[in-house]
Design a protein around this ligand. Structure first.
Ligand code: OAD
Length: 256
């Protein structure tokens, strides 16, 4: 049997697996927030890394060379995020979590939109742009004085520069985050990977752990990625359409 929903054909066996899955893991990337108006990184024309050089903005050495440039770039993105809202894809993942016995959402996104949509079990693999931390002691800082000079604000405790609490290239992921996501992937029945190019490791390895452990892997992405080859199902469309279609097909809304 196949279900045609929102213009997508979803196999009956996938719907059945979704309904009966005991443990579901979802790995998301920037594409999931695209329909909220948050730019991705690697899409050819609209991705951030098409316009900006990640080596000048998203590495520890870039921050050491030009802390003000890096601070301002993230501050601008933080301000832009105040203007956006979760989309139907984020909301569908929160609904999915409410319907399955065990669930983990591992996201590479730093925008906080999954939490705002109501997801609860979230691992933020790359941090959260809304948080700021001390660049020396890693302590999260909630209040600081705006500097009078053209430099980033400083830690009230040690005077080191403050920085966004996100993971930059060449940096480790937050302690325990990757371990939690990997353990859940190795122990799940179904893994959905949505809106990621699958180019950034170690996050991109997570679907392989699930696959090796016998889970069904579903990719949601309008475009093929290096992860497509290991997916059992590839749903080629925007996540704000495909994810609600999946949840609706598995748990049809009562019309009465
Ligand atoms: P990318 O920009 O690399 O990939 C975005 C993916 O989303 C692509 O595969 C697109 O085809 C897909 N996409 C675009 N629109 C979509 C839509 N409406 N629905 C579903 N998918 C869509 O973003 P990430 O894979 O998240 O890291 O990038 C991984 C990491 O690289 C980011 O966390 C960030 C970046 O450098 C750090 O900043 C450390």
């Amino acid at each position: 049997m196949r279900f045609v929903t929102a213009g997508y054909t979803i196999s009956g066996s996938l719907i059945q697996r979704l309904r009966t899955a005991k443990r579901v893991v979802v790995l998301t990337g920037a594409g999931v927030s695209a329909e909220s108006g948050v730019p991705t990184f690697r899409d050819a024309l609209t991705g951030l890394w098409a316009t900006f050089d990640p080596l000048e903005l998203a590495t520890p050495s870039a921050f050491a060379r030009n802390p003000k440039l890096v601070w301002d770039w993230y501050a601008e993105r933080r301000a832009q995020l105040l203007q956006v809202a979760p989309n139907a894809g984020h909301l569908a993942l929160a609904q999915l979590e409410a319907r399955v016995p065990a669930f983990l959402l591992a996201t590479q996104n730093v925008d906080g939109l999954h939490a705002r949509a109501g997801s609860r079990e979230i691992v933020e693999l790359h941090g959260n742009i809304a948080r700021v931390r001390c660049s020396r002691e890693d302590r999260v800082v909630k209040r600081w004085d705006e500097p009078l000079d053209a430099m980033p604000p400083r830690c009230p405790a040690c005077q080191a520069y403050l920085r966004p609490d996100v993971v930059w290239f060449e940096e480790m992921l937050p302690s325990g985050a990757l371990e939690r996501a990997e353990a859940a992937a190795r122990d799940c029945d179904l893994l959905i990977v949505a809106g990621t190019s699958g180019e950034v490791y170690p996050a991109a390895a997570i679907p392989q752990y699930a696959k090796s452990a016998g889970a069904r892997v579903v990719e949601v992405n309008p475009n093929p990625t290096p992860l497509s080859a290991l997916a059992d199902d590839t749903l080629r469309g925007p996540s704000a359409v495909v994810l609600p279609a999946l949840v609706d097909a598995a748990w049809p809304a009562r019309k009465d």
